[in-house]
Design a protein around this ligand. Structure first.
Ligand code: FMN
Length: 167
């Protein structure tokens, strides 16, 4: 699968089947995050791999908008240093790398944000570290059709000046 095909076909999924994911795939996902660019190349992130099924279930219980993660095979919790005002941008780039790498191996994913001290406590994340996002990974239960609900290019892109036509 080439990069553009991965971008075009990947959808965020939250229905995962019971197949376990190989350690090599998990490592690949983490490696893809590690290789992502970051502001000033600070790499101020920590990726917490949560792959004990009980822990993944608990993560779901603690996540108001990410309860579906309980059905994932594993989750990666992306933590960043909030002293940098671009920390969320860096987290987004890292997780996008991870999600595309996973997709190449047929593994689906979705992300959510959570602002719960209970999750930080559970994962032993220090107070001064930001729990920026959580990504759940697993094999999809159904064929994922690459049909995206997106605004047309002419609506979201302009040429030369803001708001001018792309053509
Ligand atoms: C910053 C951000 C926060 C998100 N938060 C949640 C969330 O809390 N819960 C959830 O189920 N999905 C969450 N998502 C997933 C989005 O709903 C999903 O990426 C979007 O609907 C596009 O999905 P698609 O690629 O399948 O079309 C989040 C995505 C982003 C980028």
């Amino acid at each position: 699968m080439d990069v553009f095909e991965a971008i075009e076909t990947r959808l965020e999924i939250k229905e995962f089947d019971d197949r376990r994911i190989d350690e090599t795939v998990k490592r690949n996902v983490l490696e893809a995050g590690r290789l992502a660019p970051s502001g000033r190349n600070l790499q101020h992130w920590q990726f917490v791999l949560v792959d004990d099924p009980e822990d993944v279930g608990r993560l779901g219980e603690l996540s108001p908008t990410g309860g579906w993660v309980a059905d994932a095979d594993f989750a990666v919790v992306v933590c960043t240093d909030p002293q940098y005002d671009f920390n969320e941008l860096d987290a987004g780039r890292a997780v996008t790398h991870m999600q595309l790498a996973a997709w190449e191996d047929g593994v689906g994913s979705r992300i959510y944000t959570v602002d719960r001290s209970a999750v930080k406590e559970f994962l032993e994340i220090p107070d001064d570290v930001d729990l920026t996002l959580v990504a759940g990974f697993g094999y999809p239960t159904h064929d994922v059709e690459g049909v995206k609900d997106r605004r047309p290019l002419e609506e979201v892109a302009s040429r030369g000046r803001y708001g001018r036509p792309l053509e």
